[in-house]
Design a binder for this molecule. Structure first.
Ligand code: PNS
Length: 160
């Protein structure tokens, strides 16, 4: 059984994330989308909300599940029998940090990182930019799943 993880903050999940998850699901028998809950960035959505949005967005993928994790990603991999970490690379600017994390994770555990090139139509996409554009009234409906767009609109309306 080849099992992989797609880790991230997913605040919120974008169509670029879903593209990577879908492609990982074609390469591995099982994929766990793991939502990191212990990172320091300010979040718009709670871990529970981010997990629920991902579950909805990934409902069509039979071999994909969603979980939250805290602590080290390599510990999550060991606890869940995961041999590979799948990360999307949008541009060279992503590479330095992703390589550093891949090498750190490999030094901590017997886990391989697989880099998947982001599809060109999503190469500019980042959760932080989606939030910023939406906050100033820009249309992000083509950039996130419909359920995310709905919740993003509601959350930003509550805050204004
Ligand atoms: O979407 P992000 O913010 O790029 O996700 C980063 C994430 C959650 C994948 C990364 O911060 C992570 O793996 N955090 C868990 C803590 C950990 O293992 N840190 C060491 C990384 S080498």
């Amino acid at each position: 059984m080849r099992r992989a993880v797609c880790p991230g903050s997913f605040d919120p999940v974008t169509n670029g994330h879903i593209d990577i998850v879908q492609r990982a699901a074609r390469m591995f028998d099982e994929v766990v989308v793991a939502v990191g809950v212990n990172t320091s960035k300010n979040r718009l959505f709670t871990p529970e909300e981010r997990i629920a949005m991902l579950e909805d967005a990934c409902a069509g993928f039979a071999n994909v599940s969603v979980a939250g994790f805290s602590g080290l990603l390599t510990d999550f991999c060991a606890q869940n029998g995961i041999q590979a970490i799948v990360k999307g690379l949008r541009a060279v600017s992503d590479f330095d940090y992703e390589l550093q994390m891949a090498q750190m994770n490999a030094s901590l555990a017997d886990v391989e990182t697989v880099f998947v090139p982001t599809s060109p139509e999503y190469s500019f996409l980042a959760s932080s930019l989606v939030k910023e554009v939406a906050m100033f009234g820009g249309d992000v409906s083509a950039l996130v799943p419909p359920n995310v767009h709905r919740q993003l609109t509601e959350r930003l309306a509550q805050r204004s």
